[in-house]
Design a protein around this ligand. Sequence first.
Ligand code: C2O
Ligand code: CU
Length: 492
Amino acid sequence: MFQRDLIDVIHRRAAMSKLALGSTVLIAAAVLTPAVAQAYGATGTVTTCANSGCTTPFAVPLPVPATLQPTSSDATTDSYTVTEKPANIAAIPGKTTPMWTYNGTWPGPVIKAKSGKTVKLTVINNLTVPTTLHNHGAHVDPSSDGVPTDTVAPGASRVYTYPNGISARTDWFHDHTKDVTGRNVYMGLAGLYEIGDSQEAAMNLPSDNYDVPLILQDRKFNADGTLNYTTGTNDWRDGTLGDTMFVNGAATPFFKVEARKYRFRLLNGSNGRYYNLSLSNSQAMVQVANEAGFLSVPYSLSTLALAPAERADVIVDFSTVPVGTSVTLNNGSGWNSTGGQQMRFDVSARTSADISSVPVSGRSFTPLPASAVTARRTFAIQQSNGMWMFNGKGYDPNRIDADVKLGATEEWTFVNRSGQDHPIHMHDINFQVVSGGATSGPDSEWKETINVPSWKSLTVRVQFPDFTGKYVFHCHILEHEDNMLMGQFQVS
Ligand code: C2O
Ligand code: CU
């Protein structure tokens, strides 16, 4: 049976199970597990590692993902090649985990782009399943957006073109294949995509070895080391949650830092987990950018909430932490978050003077005026027959849910009629939260993914400046997205 057919069967089963009695739900879940396990060659039983209990915390160093080198470069364009391929990854001690990777590593390499300079990314699919690569955050023509149905067949390749006509920010690329994005990302298909610009360069932020991505993901494993990706009733409700926390592909690692300032590019790359991060010594993290780019001013935060797909660039200054001591990065409570330690910073002496600074201001922020709004739309989020839906409709690549005029400013209201939070992401553009969200702090400026809390409404104001064509918007809990919480807008 093809994976696509399998998923369709799963969807139908869920739809049926919701209509029938409770016992049917259990049968559906029991049927799912062996089928999915079989797809990955998994055997054995699931380990019971509550909060990394199966791994020793702080036993492995933090890996820093490699920066991908261009295959060619000229005045206007940098060209890169990424190969999607299986790899055996040392994720947990004494075991080998077969994963699907970009270039053989989990997470994939970092692509460092420059604002205004085109990147041509050739993706070679050496997996046995069709894939798409979505550059999350890209402002790009739909033909290079890697939307769910625009797949690259096994053995084929594809060139995606990103003009990078936006200011500096930390983006990421990940698989986006219809119905199986959750599985494909869980299997390892994610990497960081940084855009730099001259304004950022002038900020004198910590750079090079002191500018470090921290990609947060959680996984659970079978006893034989294979990933245990589950799509049972709980996973559809909460997203698939792991019991082992990873940073840059290492389980609860340690990182030797110098007593100086660091820039950390935090990405919540988890399928469904929310993070509420803090440092064990109660020190503030100074957030200078979110997933939509630089903020107008730095925000000093004692806790930092990250919904799936959200990013935060923070400056952490270890110069006041005694050399030889440690600080842990902890995850507190919140919806979908069981808490626990993410990683540990071990502070050592500076090897040179710290000449970096925390900027006093960043990118200027101008609210989109209410007077410019020409359309208002409402999208109610609800679970129906086991599927997640906007306005009672599941994702249909042949249906347009919003016809948008090029250049228009609109207000979109998401009405959450469920007991789960949903991080909503629109492709191609950024938006501003105008009601139902934060009125100060990093979430009150430009955003590109925003959490819509359970039983609450949230309105964003959004402008559609240039590209035309069909884009998707969806929940970024990947098991919600795969179970239909996705719509389409067409700009024309
Ligand atoms: Cu990060 Cu449409 O996705
Ligand atoms: Cu959701």
